[in-house]
Design a protein around this ligand. Structure first.
Ligand code: LLP
Length: 436
């Protein structure tokens, strides 16, 4: 998919660039991104809102993959940006992202982070809890400034990958409970404070969701509440943010609907609810992360050692692993992969792809059909664009891989590979240099 294809050498090519050449030029493991595909995904979301004549913001959830280059690309595509920490905010500022389109999230923002957000005039703060609201009121009063906020609510819906569980008693660390009076109290506190300009509500029901049912249930529950607040508090919501979570296809087991369809069904439901309660149509904001960058990312690894466990399994090891992709170890996430240098070769054996970390759980893919491979071969693991680099770590002091953007037959290094020097950069000696 995207611009990925097989070139005449039988090599995997992305964005018009031969991945074998990339591995030689930048080393492995290497994250490469199909920039045209990210643009296409962004435009599909935006186009669907535009076609329906809905005022919207599509905020890229930068936790999925936050780097200066990616944030610049989001800016270029007129996306808004969801940041969840001082670090992600700093990255956005370093990239020169328009601050009025930044939304600041998080369930335990520090005073310093809130001050940083306010001083940089972020577009809105998504308030998660009473502790934060207190602090925010305090800071705004001190600075004599007004801040736009959304209240994050938990509508009592838990979206699992395929099914939905309606929980009476919502058990989540995020947001104000919509059912038990917390959200009402928070709203009253906002309306009573002249420094707080509350635009509306936010909810996020989960991630890697394949259906629209959960979004629709959430919208219904939120509208019930908005209707009540309109009567009781004369509050008119101008924004409804339904979060992210739109699923992507990692393997054939996944069956997501197209991005446009999520949006179309959400718009239809919001229109229906607004008209049912005779309320103004709010702006609709969404926060896709994975669905913007997930399938645009591919990780290239060099194949190394092999271990045969007779009659049981063939382990084939690559030069990365849970340090650059923790998702298989953490969530039993599944991926597909091919030999990038021999795309057309027929599978001859079933192997399990091991990482190089000292941990039995460091397996990237179980039971993958592949041609017979050796250390001349390069493995391309697909759909690693979201929560790969952003969750990468230095376990076993493995340097984090470089990141390269590919577009129009051009490769641009956007994150350089970590070095061993980087690894000890923050270390301070306890003793004078040990003599030997
Ligand atoms: N908005 C909020 C408030 C969120 O908490 C999240 C994700 C998103 C938007 C973006 O969700 P997305 O569209 O990417 O599904 N590390 C996990 C995913 C954690 C998602 C956390 N919140 C993984 O690798 O699957």
């Amino acid at each position: 998919h995207g611009t990925a294809k097989v070139n005449r050498l039988g090599h995997l090519e992305i964005g018009g660039v031969d991945t074998i050449e990339l591995a030689e030029k930048y080393g492995t493991p290497l994250y490469v991104y199909d920039v045209a595909l990210i643009r296409e995904r962004a435009r599909a979301f935006k186009r669907t809102f535009d076609n329906a004549g809905i005022t919207a913001q599509v905020a890229y959830a930068s936790k999925a993959f936050s780097t200066v280059a990616m944030v610049q690309l989001a800016a270029e595509e007129n996306l808004s940006l969801d940041v969840v920490s001082g670090g992600e905010l700093y990255t956005a500022l370093a990239a020169g992202f328009p601050t009025e389109r930044i939304h600041f999230h998080g369930n335990n923002k520090s005073r310093e982070e809130l001050v940083m957000a306010i001083e940089n005039n972020v577009g809105c703060i998504v308030v998660d809890n009473f502790y934060e609201l207190d602090m925010l009121k305090d800071i705004c009063k001190e600075k004599n400034t007004v801040i736009k906020v959304l209240l994050r609510v938990t509508p009592g819906i838990e979206a699992h990958t395929h099914d939905y569980i309606l929980t009476g008693q919502e058990d989540s660390k995020f947001g104000f409970d919509l059912q038990n009076g917390q959200a009402d109290e928070a709203m009253k506190l906002c309306l009573d404070d002249k420094n707080i300009d509350v635009l509306g509500l936010h909810c996020h029901i989960g991630s890697q969701i394949f259906e629209t049912t959960g979004f629709i249930l959430a919208a219904q529950k939120i509208f019930e509440k908005l209707h009540q607040w309109k009567k009781d508090l004369s509050f008119d919501s101008t924004v409804l943010n339904l979060g992210g979570g739109f699923g992507i296809r990692y393997t054939d087991e996944d069956d997501p609907i197209p991005a446009a369809q999520y949006v179309e069904e959400i718009i239809a439901e919001v229109k229906k609810q607004a008209s049912h309660y005779s309320m103004n149509m709010p702006e609709i904001w969404i926060e896709p992360g994975r669905s913007l960058v997930g399938d645009a990312g591919t990780t290239l690894y060099r194949i190394g050692s092999r271990k045969d466990v007779p009659n049981i399994r063939q382990y084939v090891a690559v030069d990365g692993g849970m340090s650059d992709n923790i998702r298989p170890a953490l969530y039993q996430a599944k991926y597909e992969a091919i030999l990038a240098n021999r795309v057309m070769d027929k599978p001859e054996e079933t192997v399990s792809i091991a990482g190089k970390c000292c941990e039995s759980g460091d397996m990237l893919i179980w039971d993958l059909p592949l041609p017979r491979s050796g250390d001349q071969d390069l493995l391309a693991v697909f759909c690693t664009g979201a929560y790969g680099y952003s969750m990468a770590n230095n376990y076993n002091r493995l340097p984090r891989p470089a990141v390269v953007f590919l577009e129009n037959s051009k490769d641009t290094l956007v994150v350089r590979r970590e070095t061993f020097e980087d690894m000890v950069k923050l270390d301070l000696p306890f003793k004078e240099k040990v003599k030997n």
